[in-house]
Write a protein that binds this ligand. Structure first.
Ligand code: PDD
Length: 293
């Protein structure tokens, strides 16, 4: 069955979807995006993704392409037309098409593209197998809270990870602290048993999965700290994992080829994966989604 994409007002075969050569997303990476997980036919974290998209758009002064109501009708329609029960929906909004010139054009109409992709259903066994991460310098700009399509440093980092036989790269800031992965948030359980993920600021993207895991942990009485943690703490950690809409809660079992803890999925990591799945199935996503940097 052929895939369908939504491109600026039309549903078209995915292979025929195209944008203008002077779209500012193409020319300047002048746009933002969101990725929603679809889990057993349900979109996860809708409110969070919509709030974060609103934050990204307003920080860049890009207009919403349409009001949130019709916007969600389009998103759901793309999911429906592609028969996606498990997978993701990708939404990209750019400032629109204009003659190439750096300042914002006077009358730009935002462009909007929506695609959907089938993926294997969330598999707790596969997620618990564990992946390797490497550490690399964080060479990105200073507004990581904005989900910009300008992802070149992230692509370079992910490629470096793959060439090193790892799944993800954790980026290290100038103070030696871990910011996040190239497309995931980073978590550790320190050698003293403290569950830690970096606090919200313009140094990281506030992941919707991150928020869901924090809320699920809180409800279950699992204590945690939101604070920067150092590369050294990560190397000495008992457990580590990553979170994102597509990686869910994925165990990290090696950092720079050194085993994390005993080299197997950690106890708390496994518990948080269970709590996360129960949480999204019961609540659909995080309920507190108002803080973005
Ligand atoms: N990435 N940090 C970065 C830099 C990300 O790109 C992402 C998401 C996350 C996790 O956010 P969330 O939990 O809302 O998915 C953290 C998406 C999945 C991507 O670029 O494909």
């Amino acid at each position: 069955m052929s895939r369908i994409a939504y491109v600026n007002g039309q549903y078209v075969p995915h292979s025929e979807g195209a944008v203008h050569i002077e779209d500012r997303g193409y020319q300047f990476a002048d746009g933002v995006y969101e990725v929603f997980a679809i889990h057993h036919g349900k979109l996860i974290g809708v409110q969070g993704h919509m709030d974060r998209l609103g934050h990204s758009l307003s920080e860049l002064r890009i207009d919403w392409p349409m009001k949130p109501g019709p916007f969600m009708v389009v998103v759901n329609e793309v999911v429906r037309r592609n028969h996606v029960k498990n997978g993701l929906v990708y939404i990209q909004v750019t400032r629109g098409v204009a003659r190439r010139d750096h300042p914002f054009p006077a009358d730009c109409v935002s462009s909007m593209v929506v695609t959907a992709k089938k993926m294997k259903p969330l598999d707790k066994v596969a997620l618990s197998k564990g992946i390797g991460v490497i550490t690399i310098p964080d060479i990105r700009w200073k507004r990581k809270d904005i989900k910009s399509v300008s992802l070149l440093p992230n692509c370079l980092g992910k490629q470096q990870a793959r060439e090193a036989g790892a799944f993800e790269a954790w980026m290290i800031d100038d103070q030696g602290m871990v910011t996040e992965g190239t497309s995931t948030n980073a978590w550790i359980v320190t050698k003293d048993g403290e569950l830690v993920t970096r606090d919200i600021s313009s140094a990281i993207l506030n992941g919707i999965t991150r928020l869901a895991v924090l809320e699920a942990a809180k409800e279950a009485g699992v204590s945690f700290s939101e604070r920067p943690f150092s590369e050294q703490e990560a190397l000495e950690a008992k457990e580590a994992f990553i979170t994102s809409s597509t990686s869910h809660v994925k165990a990290v079992t090696s950092i720079n080829d050194n085993p994390v803890g005993n080299g197997h999925v950690g106890e708390l990591t496994a518990r948080l994966l269970d709590l996360y799945v129960d949480f999204i199935e019961a609540k659909g996503g995080p309920q507190h989604t108002d803080k973005w940097n």
